[in-house]
Design a protein around this ligand. Structure first.
Ligand code: C2E
Ligand code: MG
Ligand code: MG
Length: 645
């Protein structure tokens, strides 16, 4: 196909380059034999807009002329400028694919040798889309759509290259359609937020949720993120989508006021593009406040690979997000080359173990050891661990035995639309504070009916409690581990805890325990009389020969009631003992014991058993603060029928 521009009439010519224009190519095509086949090439100048913006239109025009010459010379076929910086060349079908590829490669290389300012040439390149062997029975538009799509693919793949359209590869066209639809789809509310629950596997309580986007397309139905997220990451639209999801999360969360799950943390995924926006944390904070949501209840998930690519920026960003009060997690941990070294500098709140990592590793003995130790390391670094992709009961048993109680996976629920999530949350957040109250007021059952203790031995009685009408459990005393009560150890699921109990000793043996928690790694004991008549809360870390920690209390008198509270905060490793609502002892740097094996009331393996009453024992799976304990105590003593100490 010769360039026939000379013989065409003026209306079909491009005034600037002398090539055929859009009208000219349609005319030419309509005159081709219908039984012919052709190849078509779409050429676009990369960054041409920048040349115009920086150097002005007259330089831009000159560049268009030079590139037109380059195209004419190399293709030696029918070339047209379609407008702007786009060219189309039509070839006879007798050109082989190798010949077309050769032409493309020569044009790409030739760009650097055209006679033009080198500084400008360094900015620009060509993206070329090719379609082979097209029957002329088709509309020209259909052929152009294919090579245009191939050209877009070349741009996505990094520009300065050619791509050949494959009939069977529909992704190119699909991507092109998605791009044409995405802005309107966002405006029309087609991007909806689904919530996938995070659940405490031991207690089956709702722990939190992750917000995941879904494109609810009017024709295609629900499109999964994999169909559009990778594309949006390339074209930058992900920033808009992420902010939309985040706004929606804040808005939806603000409608949960008064619900049992009102305060659950909700996480959102943030693409790496936000990393370069210094004002990003401020923007998030403003949106949260506008909806009356505390940043403490919002978690930003950043995927592992980002940390490895952009570690310095990431550390700055994580620090800033946390300074504003947001929670931050590393997503898909274990999916790539996890930078263990980075973990030590990255003060994130949570690590999310990757689904594939779990599935692949949990099949072998070595893999299991890796998982167990990764979890243990994260917890040592005071980070929470969430395991993604939990699908079976076996996985639950294994992962909980590794010390990770939180899961997100199909076993509990797939991501759900808002209404269905709210139903799930209602069902699973009956006990949002994870506290269990054993009143010991005539039975060993917990008030929520979920747990029941068990007598070991005899001689127990119910005697007068702390309120006029209430009872307390009397322990008769005895030798080691005799006449005790065991509470189910599964009430303790977190590293941090608070235990509140009322006790009235009837006899005081030094070092006898009123309550004793045995861990795989040590123990915690509440001792009414320890050193020199003073009570103590003792933590033993059996991993360390010198691992003894005592939060001392006050001397207790036989026959008097005491409200004894112990809190342990695993985040700052602080143990605090309270008596009657006031702090009596604080110890810092107390290592965290893990995996409660036994909760024993009234004794331990080493000392004679406790003699006296215990009642109103409440176990919380979090460290409560002074205000809480003080208020808790006041609520007991302010009750009309409280009998006094
Ligand atoms: P992700 O953040 O790691 O989210 C978890 C993905 O695992 C979700 O896929 C979820 O449906 C899936 N999943 C959860 N439990 C199971 C399970 O037990 N088995 C299996 N097979 N899969 C499970 P989804 O919703 O398709 O999202 C895929 C990814 O797309 C997400 O991975 C996230 O990286 C990204 N993504 C989704 N929505 C957004 C968004 O709004 N913004 C950004 N930046 N990324 C998003
Ligand atoms: Mg995620
Ligand atoms: Mg993930």
């Amino acid at each position: 196909m010769e360039n026939k521009s000379n013989s065409q009439n003026l209306a079909s010519l491009d005034y600037l380059t002398g090539l055929v224009n859009r009208r000219g190519i349609y005319e030419y095509y309509s005159n081709l034999d219908k039984d012919k086949h052709i190849h078509a090439m779409f050429i676009d100048i990369d960054n041409f807009k920048r040349v115009n913006d920086i150097y002005g239109h007259s330089i831009g025009d000159k560049l268009l002329v030079c590139i037109s010459q380059l195209i004419s010379e190399h293709t030696n076929s029918f070339a047209a400028r379609m407008g702007g910086d786009e060219y189309v060349v039509l070839f006879d079908a007798h050109h082989s694919e190798e010949a077309i590829v050769d032409i493309s490669e020569k044009m790409l290389a030739g760009m650097q040798n055209i006679n033009f300012r080198k500084d400008i040439l360094s900015l620009v390149s060509l993206s070329i889309g090719i379609v082979m062997n097209q029957s002329v029975t088709q509309q020209l538009d259909d052929i152009l759509a294919k090579c245009d799509a191939a050209m877009y693919q070349a741009k996505y793949d990094g520009k300065n290259r050619y791509t050949i359209y494959k009939e069977y590869d529909k992704t190119i066209e699909i991507n092109r359609n998605i791009e044409l639809e995405m802005e309107d789809a966002l405006k029309n509310g087609e991007f909806q937020v689904y919530f996938q629950p995070k659940v405490n596997m031991i207690t089956s309580d709702l722990y939190g949720a992750e917000a995941l986007s879904r494109w609810v397309h009017p024709v295609d139905g629900v499109r999964p993120p994999m169909a559009y997220i990778p594309l949006f990451e390339k074209n930058g639209f992900i920033s808009k989508l992420d902010m939309h999801v985040y706004e929606e999360v804040c808005r939806i969360k603000s409608t949960w006021v008064g619900k049992t799950y009102e305060h659950i943390p909700v996480s959102v995924n943030m693409s790496r593009l936000h990393l370069y926006d210094r004002l990003f944390p401020e923007t998030l904070l403003k949106i949260a406040y506008a909806h009356g949501i505390s940043p403490k209840e919002l978690e930003i998930e950043i995927t592992e690979s980002v940390f490895i690519k952009d570690s310095t920026e990431m550390i700055l960003m994580v620090n800033r997000l946390r300074k504003y009060g947001f929670l931050v997690s590393i997503d898909d941990f274990g999916s790539g080359f996890s930078a263990l070294n980075l973990l030590k500098d990255l003060p994130v709140d949570t690590i999310k173990l990757d689904r594939e990592f779990l599935h692949v590793s949990s099949n072998t003995v070595r893999g299991k050891k890796v998982i167990r130790n990764v979890i243990s390391m994260c917890r040592d670094l005071k980070m929470d661990v969430v395991t993604e992709g939990i699908e079976t009961k076996e996985q639950i048993d294994f992962i909980t035995s590794c010390g990770c109680p939180i899961a997100q996976g199909y076993f509990y629920s797939p991501p759900l639309p808002v209404k269905e999530f709210e139903d799930f949350a209602e069902e699973y957040s009956k006990n949002p504070h994870l506290s269990h109250n054993f009143r010991l007021n005539g039975s060993l059952a917990s008030e929520d009916g979920l747990f029941e203790g068990q007598f070991v031995g005899e001689g127990f009685e119910y005697r007068q409690g702390i309120f006029k009408e209430s009872k307390a459990l009397y322990f008769p005393g005895g030798a080691f581990e005799e006449n005790n009560v065991l509470l189910p150890e599964t009430v303790l699921v977190n590293d941090s805890f608070t235990i509140s109990m009322w006790l009235k000793p009837e006899a005081l043996h030094s070092w006898t325990c009123a309550a004793y928690i045995k861990y795989e790694t040590g123990f915690c004991a509440i001792v009414p009389q320890a050193w020199e008549g003073v009570s103590s809360t003792r933590v033993r870390d059996s991993r360390d020969i010198n691992g003894w920690y005592d939060a001392s209390g006050a001397p207790l008198q036989v026959g008097a009631w005491y409200h004894y509270v112990v809190t342990y905060n695993a985040k700052n490793e602080t143990l605090i003992a309270f008596i009657n609502g006031e702090v009596v002892g604080i110890v810092e740097n107390v290592p965290t014991n893990r995996y409660a094996k036994q909760i024993r009331l009234g004794g331990d393996p080493y000392q004679p058993s406790y003699q006296g009453c215990i009642t109103e024992i409440v176990i919380y799976n979090e460290a409560k603060d002074y205000d809480f304990v003080h208020e808790l105590h006041r609520r007991y003593t302010d009750r009309e029928n409280f009998l006094g100490f």
